[in-house]
Design a binder for this molecule. Structure first.
Ligand SMILES: [Mg+2]
Length: 115
């Protein structure tokens, strides 16, 4: 549980995340590569937790995965900014894509239980 209760929108989160971002001098591609590698690394850390569950029978550490998802969100927020997008732009674009792909919603379309 966070120490303070934040009233976060995606764009507010992005603003806060950017307070801990520092560009490197030179080509922006270097920063984009760093951010892309970071996204991939954090996704790998999430996968590592699931791997430990599958292979070693460890309990799913939800809090640890939550932290890794936050790390992933940081990289996504900064990369979106570097590409000229707000995080809410990215989220809205994703929802539009999902609505186009699954106009009735995934659960209704497939009749599943949402899992
Ligand atoms: Mg991490």
């Amino acid at each position: 549980m966070p120490d303070e209760q934040l009233d976060l929108t995606l764009d507010h989160y992005q603003d806060l995340a950017l307070t801990t971002w520092k560009r490197t001098p030179g080509d922006q591609v270097d920063d984009l590569a760093y951010l892309a590698l970071g996204l991939n690394g954090e996704a790998g850390e999430v996968a590592e937790h699931i791997k430990k569950r599958l292979r070693h029978g460890k309990e799913i550490d939800r809090d640890a995965i939550k932290h890794e998802l936050g790390d992933l969100l940081w990289y996504a927020a900064v990369m979106a900014h570097e590409l000229g997008f707000s995080l809410e732009d990215v989220a809205a674009d994703n929802i539009a894509k999902l609505r186009a792909r699954y106009p009735g919603g995934f659960v209704q379309r497939w009749g599943g239980n949402g899992r």
